[in-house]
Design a protein around this ligand. Sequence first.
Ligand SMILES: Nc1ncnc2c1ncn2[C@@H]1O[C@H](COP(=O)(O)OP(=O)(O)OP(=O)(O)O)[C@@H](O)[C@H]1O
Length: 606
Amino acid sequence: MTTRWMRYVRLWWLLIVLCYRHEPARTVTALVLRVVGVGTIPAIALLLREAVDSGAAAAAGTGSARAAILAAVGMAVAYTVNAVVEREIWSLGIDLTDRVGLLELDPEIIRAVCGVETMDHLERTDFLDRVTALQGASWQVMFSAWGALDGLFNIARLVAVLALLGTVSPYLLLLLIFAVVPLWFDARGRRAMVRADTESAEDLRLSRHLFELATRSLPGKEIRVSGAGPVIGEMQEQAFRRAKEMLFRAQLEGAIWRTGGWTVFTAGFGAALWFVVHQTMNGTGTVGDLVLAITVAANLRMAVQQAVDSSTAAALAGRKSTHYLWLREYVDEQRSRPRGTGRAPLALTDGIRLRDVTFAYPGTGHNAVDGVSVHIPAGSVVAVVGEYGSGKTTLVKMLCKFHRPTGGAILVDGTDLGAIEAESWWAGMSVVFQDFGRYRTTFREVVGLGDLPAREDDQRIAEALAAADGQVLLDRLPDGLDTMMGKDLGGVELSEGQWQKTALARACMRREPLLFVLDEPTASLDAPSEQAIFEHYMNRARDIASRTGAITLIVSHRFSTVSGADLILVMESGRLVQHGTHEHLLAAGGSYAELHTLTSDAYTRR
Ligand SMILES: Nc1ncnc2c1ncn2[C@@H]1O[C@H](COP(=O)(O)OP(=O)(O)OP(=O)(O)O)[C@@H](O)[C@H]1O
């Protein structure tokens, strides 16, 4: 429990320091206003008692009217300061949470998500739930820190107010118990909300996904033809309803707790007022005491209300900081795991050796890649073939260091890939995956992103386009390299084949990658076109390989298009069932020979 609170306190402290670093003047002003705000209510109450008692004494001829007037003026000043401070605290708070929250935290969340060495987290639903909950909510994370600080200042205000009540009668300090009950009850209600927020995230994500599925153009075509629209609509509604019902139940639970808390407080407040009136009537207190007690007790209610409101607001926003904190801790934990620190080689001499490499996706219980052992010689073009779901992509992702093997080892020129720094390994790679990015930015960046330092170099971009046979594409764009891509941002929309060309061009930006991966970027093309592209890249790869020993990996589920590779790996249910050259595999018979003949015949007949 203590550790949990300490984690939050540390987070809030970091967030306030972040505010100070980016907005020092605003942060200091916000803190000073809060300190001033603590003293204003007690000052008003004290000056009011002084004004009433001095006024009464002056009327009875036992005191001076001057003291009463001074106290009244002081009270008016304190009242004005209080009003100004409250207003400014509010507007400064919004300003700070917006500025620092949106400008600093969003990029930090992106860095955190991208900074984890492997990609396992992007395939974990709990991770995705947290990131979904954080989307567009970074201002709330920041707000939770200021809300928590407000909670502290409101408690200080409560203590000051109670101390004043104690000067009227120590019995009135009992009101503290009644003041704490609403806070405690409120915390119970909030816990229910946090729980519901996490539990409903998956349904909300599903509902958003279904909405996009039905309203976007790509899947929309299939949905129209299959008539699945109403079914998707119904599924979306059910998912949304489930999530909302969960949240509504939690809200109801919260409201019941809050109402209970305030009922207890109101009972205590009434009893306290009755007690002070009784004391004044007995002559054990002055009229000033009575006025002070009423003012302070009324403000006590307000102070409690503010403490509850600020802690509720902080906790509502805190639901987001729970996710943010979880994300930070997850990322820290991942980063603290032993990770590679060695530099990737600049050239390969031996190549890559896989020793009994095994991998299971978290929570699946079966191996997507199962005990693969093979030597991929330096300078070779390797094709990985196999039926759908046979483990080709998973194997390639491990070679890309996106997943750590759950068993076995991958050796790069004799060094364990795990000991090589991921960034250094990635810096020497070029990849095109089946699900390549369709970036909504200028054409220059769409291609240039393949090699960040060269993204402004028009000559390099032209070379990459030429290597990917995409020059024609550029010629047709209205603003050349500056043309914006993607209809949704007011740019030009490309066809599937054209997007594919941009992905291939992006992969050609790095001139001499050590590992070049083509994972079925041509899946939507026919077999002859795929073969032509593969041959083009195989020739390009051999040219680079002769200088650096670079390895090219080509993934395809078509056996007929990769016969020119130096080494063919045949995958079946996660296992490497055959490997060798095309000729060797044909002569050996078995899966490759059978499936090659089958697919070649099928394509020839077309
Ligand atoms: N993110 C994931 N989480 C859980 N299981 C996965 C995930 N990705 C793939 N799998 C499973 O791992 C196995 C191998 O998948 P993989 O994508 O590597 O096959 P593949 O041969 O590349 O298939 P395809 O030709 O269809 O791209 C399959 O059983 C698949 O269902």
